[in-house]
Design a protein around this ligand. Sequence first.
Ligand SMILES: [Zn+2]
Length: 304
Amino acid sequence: MLPYPLIYHEQYDLHLGDHVFPSKKYKWLHDRLLRTKFAEEGDFVAPPPATDEDVLLVHAPEWVAKLRSGTLSYHEILQLEIPYSRQMVEAFWLAAGGTILAARSALERGLAFNVGGGFHHAFPAHGEGFCAINDIAIAVRRLQRDGAIQRAMVVDCDVHHGNGTAAIFSGDQSVFTLSIHQFNNYPSEKPLSSLDIHLADGIGDAEYLHRLGNGYRAALSMFQPQLVMYVAGADPYYEDQLGGLSLTFDGLRERDRLVIWTALSHKIPVAIVLAGGYALNVEDTITIHANTAEVAREVLQRPG
Ligand SMILES: [Zn+2]
């Protein structure tokens, strides 16, 4: 048994057909973790979907209604950049339910890993960049509403700026948003996070880890969150089709170790979500996500 739960639902697939976003990766990662005997069936917990009430803690009623009824405008679908389907909407609600469950489980067990989620480009009243609703923000808001936490920190290491999350929590002193990303990349408009670490094209392991470590450690000791939401995007990888940074597998493992260990060593629980990953070879994306799960186990089992 793993020392932490893997949250997963077989309906996480967004059913995108032939698309740069390999949304079958959730199933592929699930299968890989079992096949390599990293995990057993009993390590996986299937989440219930988020309720509309949960989603409305973050999103505008009009946007939720449009997603529910399939009445998005042509422009809204273009902006979302994925085809609309009933299954896609159900999958987003499940992903949000999974991230809520991961956050809650993290508070109980120190760490939890959603084999999905990380839809950081979703804004309150519109979706974009493959993200219809923002599961990260929904989970934070739900736990705050339940009184389980007051302060949370989002550590967004996807190669793309966490624009939706930044906009949602803009001016909210209870949520610290950190985004480390390639500056010359989508989204062109980057609403201010609490801390934005803008990276130049082609940055590799050493500079990435140095800048993330400095920013993150300073933010943690200043803000002292009760929960870290780690957005563990696989797309800073050097062979990513939508990313322009140059991290290696080892660099990405170091990144995971840095984010997870630093929080846990301060007794701050960590909930992990996947976010993006568009490696030329999809197996590389699965490897990067699987490595994050491995690093999490290694850190939890580290003595002291
Ligand atoms: Zn991304």
